[in-house]
Design a protein around this ligand. Structure first.
Ligand code: PLP
Length: 474
């Protein structure tokens, strides 16, 4: 079977899917049992025709595919994939390069250097910072915090890479009460248990309070790491990083910024004020697969001083060939050893959109989030709970006849998901149930927002009236 047959089959199937994606029922339509029936079966014992395999696979998976690439998916913070990034991803798969070592793919190594430079300029971060291309913000948090752990302990006379953590000086780790679960997870892998973290109070939008941080920082001493956040997953609010960094640095602490999506505010002049001073932090973790709209998986671990990042990550063995110093060794910057070349779609995206196109994507989706908030809040019984400063909208729906807002909101979310016009999830925000709407897809239009708002409001009317419960996906 030739490459041409299978690749043209995949091309046709992918194209069909992408052509229809905007019109699809947005959520999954099949139950797990349905999918087990279509996708499952006994272990295949012999060969099959690969074209038939691809056709069957596409048909069997289809009802379980969620149209996250479409314009009306507002769950989590997901983002789609700009067309050229999908194509570049395919090309990268055909090349099947390993980005772990320069000799394994000089092209990938140089592309990583080039894209790192472009990204640092676009984000307004120091041009000498180290950049690692990770699976996502989660592993970026891990990478950055490993560098932080290395450096604060090095300053205390301890080499954590060789001496380990068990007898090391105690490191204080301070996080906001609204810290993302990913930062806590990354800290856990690094030996900092979640009960050991010192939690700093936040305001009503979830922003860390600098006065509370000060009280906690001055009440102890020794090596310290402060984890700040730009872009709260519910409200979109950013910690006051300028004050946090000045304070933490005056006490010798490392400041890490989790900016999975919020860091991209840096690309838009009128949004940059929300994260003013962020460039003075010591490390930054962000995602490309969310707001930058490249395919999964793609994150960025950025560390101001490359030395601790390399000290924490690099692996050396005689057979892992290194060349000239300037030849990038991919495995020096991230937890992985062998690794796919996820820089390729990023390269294509930046070449295609340019700095202005990226800024426009971020700016436009923020505008669409405000449009959604405005459409919803004018309806009776709908409350927008957050200040819509970025791309996140948090909504609560009032009930009727003694039905609580919490129950009604949970019901509205279930109905919206079953309806399929758009998809939004929920969260528990400061004691109440809320619908979370994240606008982060390059292809969303004003019309998509209006159509989605209408569908959400209809679900609210049905839920408030106590109409028949939402049908479950079948
Ligand atoms: C999404 C997110 C993460 C985790 O990123 P992944 O892309 O899932 O690896 C971490 N922090 C914040 C604030 C996020 O929004």
């Amino acid at each position: 079977m030739s490459h041409a047959d299978v690749l043209s089959t995949a091309h046709r199937l992918a194209w069909q899917y992408l052509n229809d994606a905007a019109g699809r029922h947005v959520g999954g339509r099949a139950s797990r049992q349905d999918l087990l029936r279509t996708l499952g079966g006994p272990l295949p014992t012999g060969a099959a025709d690969p074209v038939a395999v691809l056709n069957d696979l596409a048909a069997a998976a289809d009802p379980g595919i969620v149209a996250t690439v479409g314009p009306r998916y507002f769950g989590f913070v997901t983002g789609g994939a700009v067309p050229v990034t999908v194509a570049a991803e395919w090309l990268g798969s055909a090349w099947d390069q390993n980005a772990g070592l320069y000799v394994l793919s000089p092209a990938a190594a140089v592309m990583e250097d080039v894209v790192a430079g472009w990204l640092l300029e676009m984000l307004g971060l120091p041009s000498t910072a180290g950049v690692g291309f990770t699976t996502g913000c989660h592993m970026a948090n891990f990478t950055c915090l490993a560098a932080a752990r290395h450096e604060v302990l090095r300053r205390a006379g301890w080499n954590v890479e060789t001496q380990g953590l068990q007898r090391a000086p105690r490191v204080r780790v301070l996080v906001g009460a609204e810290v993302h679960v990913s930062a806590v997870g990354a800290l856990r892998y690094l030996g900092f248990g979640s009960d050991e973290l010192q939690t700093v109070a936040v305001d009503e939008q979830g922003r860390m309070r600098v006065d509370a941080l000060e009280t906690m920082l001055v009440s102890g001493e020794g090596p310290a790491i402060v984890c700040a956040q730009v872009g709260n997953v519910s409200t979109g609010a950013s910690d006051p990083v300028s004050g946090i960094i000045a304070l933490a640095h005056s006490r010798g602490a490392w400041v890490h910024v989790d900016g999975a999506f919020g860091l991209w505010a840096a690309t838009v002049p009128e949004l940059r004020g929300q994260i003013a001073g962020v460039e003075r932090a010591d490390s930054w973790a962000t995602d490309a697969h969310k707001w930058l709209n490249v395919p999964y998986d793609s994150g960025l671990a950025i560390v101001r001083d490359a030395a601790p990042q390399r000290a924490a990550m690099s692996q050396k063995a005689s057979y892992l060939q290194r060349g000239a110093d300037e030849e990038r060794i991919g495995m020096d910057w991230v937890p992985e050893s062998s690794r796919r070349t996820r820089v390729i779609p990023l390269y294509a995206l930046i070449r295609t959109l340019g700095r202005d196109g990226v800024a426009d994507l971020v700016r436009r989706t923020c505008h669409l989030a405000r449009r959604m908030a405005d459409r919803l809040r004018t309806a009776p019984g709908v409350t927008v709970l957050n200040e819509v400063t970025l791309n996140q909208v948090l909504v609560q729906f009032a009930g009727q006849d003694g039905r609580s807002a919490d129950d009604t909101t949970v019901d509205v979310i279930a109905r919206v998901q079953a309806d399929g016009t758009c998809w939004a999830g929920g969260a528990f925000w400061q004691g109440q149930q809320a619908m979370r709407i994240a606008v982060s897809n390059w292809s969303t239009t004003d019309a998509d927002i209006d159509r989605s708002a209408d569908a959400i409001l209809k679900c609210h009317r049905d839920a408030a009236a106590g109409g028949p419960a939402a049908p479950t996906a079948s």
